[in-house]
Design a protein around this ligand. Structure first.
Ligand code: 6R9
Length: 665
């Protein structure tokens, strides 16, 4: 199925520069695909940009609307409104619509829990009828707690069906959810509930992760010690560990659900009503609450799911699995909101990829007969490291398509995925997008696009993605530039919650007239785009975004620390690891014990994903004369121990020599 030859060899960056292997859509796949030729893709892409009203009007009509829109798009840079005047409900499109169509008994969610007891995994199937009943009941629970249309509800839950139920119930009553990934700490919860003014939190006693209990309720309790905005906490029993229940504030999920009516019609929401807020890291210490509204987000995630994963509800075997956590945008868009309206069952897995053993994912694929599989490069690299024997134990012949998301995939990992998991017969879709874009922006279409390992290839319909200079002009073939989006697309962010200025400064000020993504890229002679990574102070650790400033402020919040500088460094599995340089306050001793304590402190302040891989003590960090930390020098130092290149803007040349002398990495 493949052609061309490899010229690759070394690390990710080098091999991306030279990649020449090409993988046209497998013939058997293309014939049954929604979009099955490059001509068809190009024509539709052109139409989508030239006449967005017609293109998106037709596509939006594939969803259910209580009231049709009067205009498709209103664009006043940087504000887009889509499907103006249209009324719809996200939960209705995910659930009720399938029930109305006589498909109530069809499986909507296949869930597998982490623990395996007596050799048996815990599995639950939820039909659209089940989801309608449960989301209606929980919607009534939310109402009984005083939640109204327009309120924000925080969800801090494990990957259990009740998380999907809670988010869809929010959509049902018209409240925006703010989901916090279960790996985040108590202070992260506190910051987010305060920023969102969220009066209700839905959590669980715990969640399972690699055989251990994550104490979710305890973290919520700790967070609520620090703030008093939250009035009600609903706790799901999942792990049966002891938790404290505070009278007047805390209630059990099952007790509230017991008495709840299963009748709750979906609220008719305006197309531009807020569907959710999702916090993501930026270049300052404070996370940004990215806002997504209902109509455009639903249409775009529905359509990208349909075409990029080539979903076929008429195929009774179709079973789609995205391994992300719902706490990230990938889980929002491509476990729930984009997939359910396609009436294709979506698999949700609670636990880790290597529990109880390194073959857990492949065991799940085999047992459930997964057809479409979407994961992250960091996971693929971990599987490569764990060894082929774990894969070979399982029959993966049900798989038809593979996807990746989160960071650039190095061609070696792409080839391994293609060969070991896809048996050289499954197309791979490498999808570039962001929390802010809501859905896929660059991606192959599996029945049309010739894939090239390491490139996310072409823009999706409606996406006008370009690689430009600072002045907005396009760079030439193979030249590096900045990745921008030049026209509005339906699922674009509508703002940062409560911070209009930051929205303008971050996305709309760097390159005039265009959305600036924060990534660098180049376009090759064939028109394929290669995303090379962040060009701002955001680092991508295992596909999860972290601001260097966020980690720095966690470090300086420790009483022993005077100053900290954090940089990303290459990491075999995580893609990017974290190196921290720390200056201690006078009188503090740079001991190993303190180093451990500081690393643990970052875990406590942000979450385990933010823990530095290296921590070095320094007498000072190098800065430019204008006071900017010289991250490039620190990166070089942390990576190679050497500092080359231009240091003429350094404030204190001495600092480098001292850092080198004190290398404790
Ligand atoms: C969906 C998601 C966004 C950042 C983005 C970029 C990186 C994501 C990528 C990719 C190269 C891909 N990124 N997918 N880089 N190729 N296929 O990950 O959202 O968490 O907001 O991160 O991730 O750097 O700017 P988010």
């Amino acid at each position: 199925m493949s052609e061309g030859k490899s010229t690759t060899g070394g690390g990710a960056v080098e091999s991306v520069q030279q990649e020449t292997r090409k993988f046209p859509p497998p013939a058997g796949f293309a014939s049954g695909a929604h979009i099955n030729s490059m001509e068809q893709y190009e024509q539709m892409h052109r139409e989508s940009l030239e006449d967005p009203d017609k293109f998106w009007g037709e596509k939006a009509a594939e969803l259910h609307w209580f009231k049709k829109w009067s205009r498709v798009l209103e664009w006043n840079l940087p504000d887009a409104k889509w499907f103006i005047g249209g009324k719809l409900n996200a939960c209705y499109n995910c659930v009720d619509r399938q029930v109305d169509a006589g498909q109530g008994d069809k499986t909507a969610i296949v869930w597998e829990g982490e623990p395996i007891e007596n050799g048996q995994p815990e599995v639950r199937n939820l039909t659209y009828n089940d989801l309608k009943r449960e989301t209606s009941k929980f919607a009534n629970v939310l109402k009984s707690l005083g939640v109204k249309k327009g309120d924000r509800v925080t969800l801090y839950m494990p990957m259990v069906p009740e998380l999907a139920i809670a988010m869809l119930a929010c959509a049902r009553v018209g409240a925006a959810h703010s989901i916090i990934f279960g790996g985040f700490s108590a202070s992260a919860i506190k910051d987010r509930v305060e920023d969102a003014h969220s009066k209700v939190i839905i959590t669980a006693d715990g969640g399972w992760r690699r055989g251990k209990i994550v104490p979710l309720k305890q973290n919520v309790d700790d967070a609520l010690e620090m703030t008093d905005v939250v009035e009600n906490v609903v706790t799901l029993k999942r792990t049966d560990n002891e938790v404290a229940m505070k009278a007047g504030r805390d209630q059990w999920w099952h007790e509230l659900m017991d008495g709840a009516s299963d009748d709750c019609p979906c609220e008719e929401m305006d197309s531009e009503d807020l569907l959710f807020i999702l916090y993501t890291s930026g270049t300052t210490g404070k996370p940004k609450g990215i806002m997504h509204t209902t109509g455009g987000y639903m249409v775009y995630t529905y359509l990208t799911s349909k075409y990029v994963f080539d979903l076929h509800p008429e195929n009774e075997d179709e079973l789609y699995w995205c391994t992300a956590d719902i706490g990230w945008i990938t889980g929002h868009s491509y476990i729930i909101y984009g997939i359910l309206p396609n009436a294709v069952p979506t698999l949700m897995y609670e636990g880790g990829p290597n529990f109880p053993a390194e073959d857990r994912f492949w065991d799940i694929v085999e047992r459930h007969k997964v057809t479409k599989f979407y994961t992250a490069p960091t996971a693929i690299r971990a599987f490569m490291k764990w060894g082929e024997e774990h894969v070979k134990k399982h029959d993966l012949s049900s798989l038809q398509l593979l996807g990746t998301v989160g960071e650039p995939i190095n061609p070696e990992a792409w080839m391994w995925y293609h060969r070991m998991i896809g048996s050289e017969r499954c197309p791979i879709v490498d999808t570039w997008w962001q929390t802010e874009t809501g859905g896929h922006m660059l991606t192959p279409l599996p029945g049309a696009t010739t894939a090239v390992p390491g490139s996310a290839t072409r823009p999706f319909f409606g996406a006008d993605v370009a690689v430009v200079e600072k002045d907005g002009t396009e760079v030439g073939p193979n030249e590096s530039g900045l990745l921008v989006i030049r026209k509005p697309w339906p699922s674009m962010l509508r703002g940062i919650y409560g911070d209009r200025q930051r929205f303008i400064d971050t996305y709309w000020s760097e390159i005039e007239g265009f959305y600036f993504a924060g990534d660098g890229a180049r376009k090759d002679g064939d028109g394929n785009i290669w995303v090379t990574g962040r060009v701002d102070d955001v680092i991508n650790v295992s596909g999860h975004r972290l601001g260097t400033a966020e980690v720095e402020s966690a470090l300086v919040s420790h009483p022993s620390v005077a100053e900290a500088a954090v940089v990303g460094i290459p990491h075999e599995i995580k893609g990017t690891g974290i190196a921290a340089f720390v200056t201690l306050k006078g009188g503090q001793e740079p001991t190993d014990a303190l180093k451990k304590e500081l690393i643990a402190h970052v875990g406590k302040e942000i979450g385990a994903i933010a823990k530095p891989d290296q921590l070095r003590f320094a007498e000072g960090v190098p800065k430019t004369r204008s006071g900017k930390i010289m991250r490039r020098l620190l990166r070089e130092l942390a990576t190679s121990g050497e500092v080359k290149g231009d240091t003429t803007t350094l404030e204190d040349f001495n600092v480098i020599a001292k850092l080198k002398g004190k290398d404790e990495g």
